[in-house]
Ligand binder design. Sequence first.
Ligand code: PLP
Length: 400
Amino acid sequence: MKPVYLDNNATTRVDPRVVDAMLPYFTEQFGNASSIHAFGADVGTAIRHARRQLQALLGTEFDHEIVYTGCGTEADNTALLSALETQAGRNEIVTSAVEHPAILALCAWLEKTRGVKVHYIGVDSRGRLDMDAYRKALGPRTAIASIMWANNETGNLFEVETLAELAHEAGALFHTDAVQAVGKVPMDLKTSEIDMLSLSGQKFHAPKGIGALYVRRGVRLRPMIRGGHQERGRRAGTENAPSIIGLGVAAELARTHLEDENTRVRALRDRLEKGLLQRISHAMVTGDPDYRLPNTSNIAFEYIEGEGILLLLNKAGIAASSGSACTSGSLEPSHVLRAMKVPYTAAHGAIRFSLSRENTEEDVDHVLEVMPGIVDTLRGISPFWDGTSATRSAFTPTYA
Ligand SMILES: *Cc1c(COP(=O)(O)O)cnc(C)c1O
C-alpha cells in the first residue's frame, strides 16, 4: 500500500519539476548573483525571472515589492519588527488569538521585553474573527495589524481586504501571514490594500528554508538582517539562488493548479469529510465549513486522544496531524481550538487532514476504510466513552 500523505499544511513534497529547475544552480551555475562575471550574471538573470514568476502568482506589479527571506517565520518577524520602527509614536499591535507561533511568540516577546501592547482579537465558535473587537482595538497607537489570510489548523479564511481597509482608517499598516493561502486562494495584490504579506515555499511544493515578504510599493521596510546590499538592502546575505529559482517554478505550477485545487482537491476533501462524518458518530468539523481553504479538514473525534488516532493512522500508512506541527508534543489542545471554545473532550481528539494536488481518490478511500475501526478501538479503551454519550451539536457543512 502506497503511503497516504495528508499533512500538506505542515509541509509539501517538493515538485520534481521544481527539483529539476534547481539542480543546475548547485553545479554549473553556482555563481554569486552579485558578481560581475558571467557566473554571477546568469544567476542574476535566473533570479529576476523567478521573481516575475512569484509576482504573477501574487498579482503584484513591481519587482522590488518582493523580499526573499529564509522562511515564512522570518517574513512574519520582519514585517512586525519593521512596522514598530517605521511607525513613529505607535507602539501597539493588533493580531488574532489564532495566529501561527511565528506571530504569537514574537508578540509575547515584544510585550515582555519592549513594552509593546498587543491586542489579541478573539474568534467565535466557528473561528470567525470578532470584528467589533478588531475595530475597537485599532487606534492612533496601532503600528500594525497582522491577521492571517488562512488558518493552518482549521483552514478558516479571514476577510483580509476589509481588515486592511479598517487598519488604514486608523493610520496603521496591515500585514497578513498568507503562508497557508498562497497557491490555494487567487490573489491580486496590485488591487489590494494589504501592505505586507508573508509566504513560505515549503507549503506549496518548493523547498523548505525559502520564504518571501511582499512589501507594497511606498511602504518603508527596516531590515531585520543587516549586511550586504542584496534585496536592495532590505535583507542582507547572498541570495539562496537554487531555492529562489525553485520557488519561482513552484509559483508558476501553483498558478496553473489553482483551478484544480479549488475543484478536484476540494471535492476530495469534501468526500473525505462527508464520509468520515457519515461513518463515525460524535465527530464534528471544527472551523467555518463555508469559508475555508479547499484542502483542509479539521475533525474532532470526541472522547479520544488525537495522538492515539495519529499513531494508529501511521500504522495504516496514513500521515495526518493534530493541529499544528509546532504545538504537537504538548498535552494542551491547540490554542486555535481553545480560542474557538471547542469542548475539551472534542478538542483533544481533533485531527487535521490537509490535502494537496498529489492526493487521489484511493487515498481518501483508504482513510474512510480504516478510520472507523481506529475510532472504535480507541473509544473501547477510553474512560470518557460510555457508548451512549449525547451527541454534541455539530456544524453541518455545505458542500459545493
Ligand atoms: C508553516 C507556517 C508558518 C511558518 O513557515 P516557515 O517557513 O516554517 O517558517 C507561518 N505561518 C503559517 C500560517 C504557517 O502555516
